[in-house]
Write a protein that binds this ligand. Sequence first.
Ligand code: SF4
Length: 379
Amino acid sequence: MNMTEMSRPRAAYVHVPFCAHRCGYCDFTLVAGQEQLAEPYLQALQLELQQIEGRPELDTLFFGGGTPTHLPPDQLRRLFDLVLDHFQLAGGCEFSVEANPAGFTAEKMNLLADAGVNRISLGIQSFDSSVLGLLERDHRRKDIETSLSLLRQRFDNVAFDLIFAVPGQSLELWFATLGQAIEYAPQHVSTYGLTFEKGTAFWSRRERGELQSAAGDLEREMYLAAIDQLSSAGFEHYEISNFARPGYRCRHNEVYWTGGSYYGFGPGAARYLNGRRTTNHRSVTTWIKRTLAGESAVGETERLAPEDRARESIAIGLRRREGIEFATFQQFTGFDLPELAGETVKRMTERGWIEPTAGGIRLTREGLLFADTVAGEFL
Ligand code: SF4
């Protein structure tokens, strides 16, 4: 891929595919317990970054995984140096790194802060030992407390990830988790319902009858409880799964939700440049091998026709609680939304899943529960 002639996004994602072990529900692109691949990964990443011409400026930079903080300090430092050699950060750039409470140390915390990281997304998932055990997570509540007390020394923007609809998790237990999260006063909370993805250990265990998905009603109640508890604690519910204190929305994810362009590096990473979305090969070893051999490591390429792109913008834009403003939509896509999808809007409104706003549309509270179905109707 030659990026020289491409327009310049102001957001970049770097995928760091290493974890100590693979949790039973996880289908992310990663290798577990294969630390020997970190060196070739860094070499391949350097080659991929070298395709960027000049040293573009970024407003948001996001390192996700996997577990970026699973890398030992020297490799973590080299990872940041590599990326920052190829990009400069604009004033006020949001520089996020995903971290796990397990194995998080003062040395790593200082290393992140010294590299300029100013936002940490902490994979807490739950404070409850039985839930963490069932999810096969490596950390327990004491690790969360240690990580948070370290982070408080140098970070004032910490985001929590929480999971609900875990087998055996009661509504009361989820209420307690939300309450504990609020007590720790993060700037941002993401809540995800557990999904069983084909190919994961959880999928096979459910097939064998060892695990059961949470009942649909319970999952919906848990989701609504998160909206109510976090909103009354002063969080703004700004996207289906995301809540932020005023001024602390995740600006990087907002680039995705508003159809902006972005760079992506590492196995499985996607980029969106000049209307073309390409996704790197999801196998970590294949991505490394191809990149080191000077071959394309792109697994999928997608160039959407303008109308399909506009339809996709509706599906993604509805994820934001503000919904979609017709005038902005027209400006970005060139399409008049009521003309393009008026019939679907009417149908979804009649079902009670979409409501009008001043100048646009958004999901209703009921519609939030059927967001994927609504999105599918527009595609
Ligand atoms: S720590 Fe996160 S990324 Fe790593 S295996 Fe577990 S769920 Fe997946």
